[in-house]
Design a protein around this ligand. Structure first.
Ligand code: 26Q
Length: 820
C-alpha cells in the first residue's frame, strides 16, 4: 500500500536496536514504557522523511500558510494516531506481534498530551489533523506546558487533582528547535525618541525578557505523505543564571528572569468556559503570541520582500479571544520594527487576523484590567489605545449622538480591555461554531458589531476527525463500514457514510451493527471493571454523558433524573424497567466549588444505587475517573445513548455529540449548539429531543428568569428528588452536604437567580424523553435502525468539511502535494 518506506523486517530491527541504544536492554528485558519509547522512535524515523519532504514542498510551492493560534491543543496520544494516518497500523501491530509485543499495550503506555481543557482544545487538534490530511500548509502555535490538564482522582467521592507530568519519560515525537528561539519582552516603560529625520521611535526600557524556544510535533496527514507542524513554545531564561551577574549587582534581575521563564510555561489553566483575570495567564498569552508572530514574519521575509503582501501568504486564526493580543503585536512589529505608518500597518493586520468565537457565556469573556495590562505590555497597550481611539471615532461618525453604542462597543471601557471587541474590530472574519450559535451572536451578544460590520460575520459549524474517532477508536465498526460501502474512502470523505442508509432495513446488517456495538460495550465494561472496580452488564442501556463539568451542561439534571428513576424502581418493583447504566465522566475546574459538589453527588448516588441489592442491578451509575481523549475513544464506541442536555443557547456547538453520532449512539438532547444540525441530518425521529428552545430560554432570561418553586410545589415527584438533596439520603446522613445544590435550584438568595439553568423547568420533558429512549430500546430492530442511521448521517460533521469551509471563506489556502 501507501508506505513503501515501511518494511516489516527493517522496522523490527529498528525497534530492537532502539531498545538497545536507548536502554541497554533486549526486547524481552524492556519495560512496557521502554517498548513504547523504542517503538515511537522507530515510527518517528519514518515520519521524519515525510516531514522533510513537506518542508521542501512548502519551499518550492510557496503556499499561503494558516497559523492556528491557540492556548490549547488537546492532542491525546500520538503513536496510534500516527500509525493510523500513515496507514501502517495493522502492519505495525503484526510486526510487533511477531516480536511478542502487543501494540495496544504499548499504546497504553503513552501519556495523553492534554494541553487543553475540553472542546476548544480538542477542536484545534482535529483541525490540525484535517489540515494535514487535506494538504494545506498550516502551523499550530501554542505553549509547551510542563503540566497539562490535571489528572483527576476520585477519593471518597470527591475530585482530587494531581499534576500531569506528561513529559516525565520524555516525548519521543517532539523535536527541540533552539535555532528558532525568539526573545519576548515584558514590562518596563516606553521611551520616545526622535531621530535626525524627525521620525518617532518607541524604545522599551527596564523590561524583563525570556527566551522562547520552539518544540515541533509532527502532524501526520492521512495517507498523503504530508506532515505539518504543531509548534509549541518553551520558555528559558535569556541568559543562564550566572554568578558574575551577582557581582554586577544584577542578582535579583537574573533570578527574576529565571523565575519568569519557569513560571510562564509551568501549567495550563484548567478553566473551561471561564475567565480568570490572572496576570500569569496574560503573560502566557503574550509569550506564545509574540514568539509565533515573530517566527511567522521571519519565515515570510526569508522568501518575500514586500511586507505589504503579507496577507497573500499568511493568515492568523485566533482560537477564541485568548490569542487576541496577536493583533497588537503584529501592529507593533509592523510599526516599530518594519517602520510602516499606521494606515499601512492596519491595512495588513486587518487582512491577516481572523477570530473564532466559542462561547456566549458572560463569565467566559476576557476583560483585562487596564492597569495590569498596561503594566505588563506597555507598548502593546499604547497601540490598543490608538486602535480604540480610531474605532470610537468611527462609531461616533456612524452613529452621531449614540453614546450608548460607544459604551457597549469600545475596546477600552470601565477600566478594562475587552478582548472580544479588539478581535472583532481588527479581524477580517468573525465566526461562530454552529448555525444556532452564530445566529445568537448576530442577534444578541454581538448585535451592535454585526449591525456595523455584517460582512465579517460567518458560521463554521464544528467537526471532528473520523480518523481518530472511528478508524482508531472503533476498528470493528470502521472495518464494517468499509465492507458495507465497498471502500475505505470515507476516511477522507465522510459524506460517503450516507451510503450506509441502504442497510437500514437489512436485518443481517443490523444484526452485525448491533453485535459490534455489543463488543464495544464489553470492551468498555472491561475498562470500567479495571479502573473503577464496578461490574456493569453490557446488555443494559449504556447512557453516557462525558464532557467538562459545568452547570450549563446540566450533569445535575441527569443525576437528579437517576435519583428519580431510583425512587420509581423502589416504589414500583413490579413495573418492568429496562436495565440502565448511567456513565459520567467530567473534570471540574479546580476552583469551581459547585461543579465539584455535583461530582460528589454523582458518586454518592452511585454508592447508594450500586449497592442496593433490592433493585436487582436494574440501575447502575458509574463515574469514570480522569476522563480524557484516550478513554473517550472507548466511551464513544461503547455508548448507546449520547447525553447532550445543555440549557438551550448555552452550548456554542459541542463536538462530543458528533463523536457519539459517528459511533452509532442517538442523541438525547436539547435544541442547542450543533444538536440542531445533527437533528437536521439524522431526522428528529432518530433522536430524542426535549426541553425549552433557545428563544424560550433567552426570553425567560430577559424577564428575570422563572420561578422554580411553582414546579417544586406542584410536582411531588420532583419535590421528592429535590428534597433528597437535603434529607440525608445521599449525604450518608449528612443533610448539609448538598444544601448548596438544593439552594441553587430553589433559593433566589443563594444565586442571582434560582435555577439559572432551567433544570426543574426541563425536568419533566427530560424524564419523558428518557421514557421514549427506553421504549425505543426495547424494540431491538427499531433501535438498531436508529443507531445505524446516526452513523450513516454523520457525514457533515467531519472536521474535513469544516476546514474546507474555512479555506474557501476565510483562509484561501492553496493545496499542496508532497512528492516522495
Ligand atoms: C479564559 C481566560 C482565562 C483562563 C481560561 C479561559 C478559558 C479557557 C478555556 C475560556 C474558555 C475555554 C474553553 C472554551 C471551550 O472549550 N468552548 C467550547 O468550544 C467548543 C469548540 O468550539 C464548542 O464545541 C463548545 O460548545 C464550547 O463550550
Amino acid at each position: 500500500m501507501y508506505n513503501p518506506i515501511f518494511e516489516k523486517e527493517k522496522f523490527k530491527r529498528e525497534v530492537t536496536n532502539n531498545v538497545k541504544t536507548l536502554f541497554r536492554k533486549t526486547v524481552d528485558e524492556a519495560t512496557p514504557q521502554q517498548l513504547f519509547q523504542a517503538v515511537s522512535y522507530a515510527v518517528k524515523e519514518v515520519i521524519i522523511d515525510d516531514w522533510i519532504a513537506t518542508q521542501k514542498a512548502y519551499k518550492e510551492q510557496d503556499p499561503k500558510i494558516v497559523y492556528y493560534m491557540s492556548m490549547e491543543f488537546l492532542m491525546g496520544r500520538a503513536l496510534g494516531n500516527n500509525l493510523i494516518n500513515m496507514t501502517a497500523y495493522k502492519e505495525v501491530a503484526e510486526a510487533l506481534d511477531e516480536m511478542g509485543i502487543d501494540l495496544n499495550a504499548v499504546e497504553n503506555e503513552e501519556p495523553d498530551a492534554a494541553l487543553g481543557n475540553g472542546g476548544l482544545g480538542r477542536l484545534a487538534a482535529c483541525f490540525l489533523d484535517s489540515l494535514a490530511t487535506l494538504g494545506y500548509a498550516a502551523y499550530g502555535c501554542g505553549i509547551r506546558y510542563r503540566y497539562g490538564m490535571f489528572k483527576q482522582k476520585i477519593e471518597d467521592g470527591y475530585q482530587v487533582e494531581t499534576p500531569d507530568n506528561w513529559l516525565k519519560n520524555g516525548n519521543p515525537f517532539e523535536l527541540r528547535r533552539p535555532e528558532y528561539a525568539k526573545e519576548v519582552r515584558f514590562g518596563g516603560n516606553i521611551r520616545v525618541e526622535y531621530d535626525e529625520e524627525g521620525k518617532t521611535h518607541f524604545v522599551q526600557e527596564h523590561y524583563e525578557s525570556v527566551r522562547a524556544v520552539p518544540y515541533d510535533m509532527p502532524i501526520v496527514g492521512y495517507n498523503n505523505h504530508m506532515v505539518n507542524t504543531l509548534r509549541i513554545w518553551d520558555a528559558e531564561p535569556i541568559v543562564d543564571f550566572q554568578l558574575d551577574e551577582f557581582d554586577r549587582g544584577d542578582y535579583h534581575k537574573a533570578v527574576e528572569q529565571e523565575n519568569l521563564a519557569k513560571n510562564i510555561v509551568e501549567v495550563l489553566y484548567p478553566n473551561d468556559n471561564h475567565y480568570a483575570g490572572k496576570e500569569l495567564r496574560l503573560k502566557q498569552q503574550y509569550f506564545f503570541i509574540s514568539a509565533s508572530i515573530q517566527q511567522a514574519l521571519s519565515k515570510y521575509k526569508m522568501t518575500h520582500d514586500d511586507i505589504h503582501k503579507l496577507p497573500e501568504k499568511v493568515t492568523f486564526q485566533m482560537n477564541d479571544t485568548h490569542p487576541t493580543v496577536a493583533v497588537a503585536e503584529l501592529m507593533r512589529i509592523l510599526l516599530d520594527e518594519e517602520g510602516l505608518g499606521w494606515n499601512e500597518a492596519w491595512e495588513i493586520t486587518t487582512h491577516t487576523c481572523a477570530y473564532t468565537n466559542h462561547t456566549i457565556m458572560a463569565e467566559a469573556l476576557e476583560k483585562w484590567p487596564i492597569d495590569l495590562f498596561s503594566r505588563l505590555l506597555p507598548r502593546v497597550y499604547q497601540i490598543i489605545q490608538e486602535i480604540d481611539r480610531r474605532f470610537v471615532e468611527q462609531i461616533r461618525s456612524q452613529y452621531p449622538g449614540d453614546e450608548g453604542k460607544v459604551k457597549r462597543m469600545a475596546i477600552l471601557m470601565d477600566g478594562q480591555v475587552k478582548m472580544a471587541h479588539l478581535a472583532i474590530v481588527a479581524g477580517y472574519s468573525v465566526n461562530g461554531v454552529a448555525a444556532l450559535h452564530t445566529e445568537i451572536l448576530k442577534k444578541q451578544e454581538l448585535r451592535d458589531f454585526y449591525e456595523m460590520m455584517p460582512s465579517k460575520f460567518n458560521n463554521k459549524t464544528n467537526g471532528i476527525t473520523q480518523r481518530r474517532f472511528l478508524l482508531h477508536g472503533n476498528p470493528l465498526l470502521a472495518d464494517w463500514v468499509t465492507e458495507k460501502l465497498g471502500t475505505k474512502d470515507w476516511a477522507t470523505d465522510l459524506s460517503l457514510m450516507s451510503g450506509l442508509r441502504k442497510w437500514a432495513d437489512d436485518e443481517e446488517a443490523l444484526k452485525e451493527f448491533m453485535s459490534i456495538k455489543y463488543k464495544n460495550k464489553e470492551r468498555l465494561a472491561q475498562y470500567i471493571l479495571e479502573h473503577n472496580g464496578i461490574e456493569i452488564d453490557p446488555r443494559s442501556i449504556f447512557d453516557v454523558q462525558v464532557k467538562r463539568l459545568h452547570e450549563y451542561k446540566r450533569q445535575l439534571l441527569n443525576i437528579l433524573h437517576v435519583m428519580y428513576l431510583y425512587n420509581q424502581i423502589k416504589e414500583h418493583p413490579e413495573r418492568s424497567f429496562y436495565p440502565r447504566t448511567f456513565i459520567f465522566g467530567a473534570k471540574a475546574s479546580a476552583g469551581y466549588i459547585r461543579a465539584k459538589q455535583i461530582i460528589k453527588l454523582i458518586n454518592s448516588v452511585a454508592d447508594v444505587v450500586n449497592n442496593d441489592r433490592s433493585i436487582n442491578g436494574k440501575l447502575k451509575v458509574v463515574f469514570i475517573e480522569d476522563y480524557r481523549v484516550s478513554n473517550a475513544e472507548l466511551l464513544f464506541a461503547g455508548a448507546d445513548v449520547s447525553e447532550q442536555i445543555s440549557t438551550a443557547s448555552k452550548e456554542a456547538s459541542g463536538t462530543g455529540n458528533m463523536k457519539f453520532m459517528l459511533n452509532g449512539a442517538p442523541t438525547l438532547g436539547t435544541m442547542d449548539g450543533a444538536n440542531v444540525e445533527i437533528v437536521q441530518e439524522v431526522g428528529i425521529e432518530n433522536a430524542f429531543i426535549f426541553g425549552l428552545s433557545s428563544d424560550e430560554v433567552i426570553s425567560f432570561e430577559q424577564h428575570g428568569g422563572y420561578n422554580p418553586v411553582d414546579i417544586y410545589n406542584s410536582d411531588h415527584e420532583i419535590r421528592r428528588v429535590v428534597d433528597q438533596l437535603v434529607d440525608g439520603t445521599y449525604g450518608y446522613g449528612n443533610r448539609e452536604m448538598y444544601r448548596d445544590l438544593y439552594n441553587s435550584l430553589l433559593n433566589t438568595k443563594s444565586s442571582s437567580r434560582a435555577d439559572m439553568y432551567f433544570i426543574l423547568k426541563d425536568f419533566r420533558a427530560y424524564a419523558e424523553a428518557q421514557e421514549k429512549v427506553e421504549a425505543a430500546y426495547r424494540d431491538r430492530d427499531r433501535w438498531a435502525k436508529m443507531a445505524l442511521l446516526n452513523t450513516a448521517s454523520c457525514g457533515k460533521f467531519s472536521s474535513d468539511r469544516t476546514i474546507e469551509e474555512y479555506v474557501k471563506d476565510i483562509w484561501h489556502l492553496d493545496k499542496l502535494t508532497v512528492e516522495v
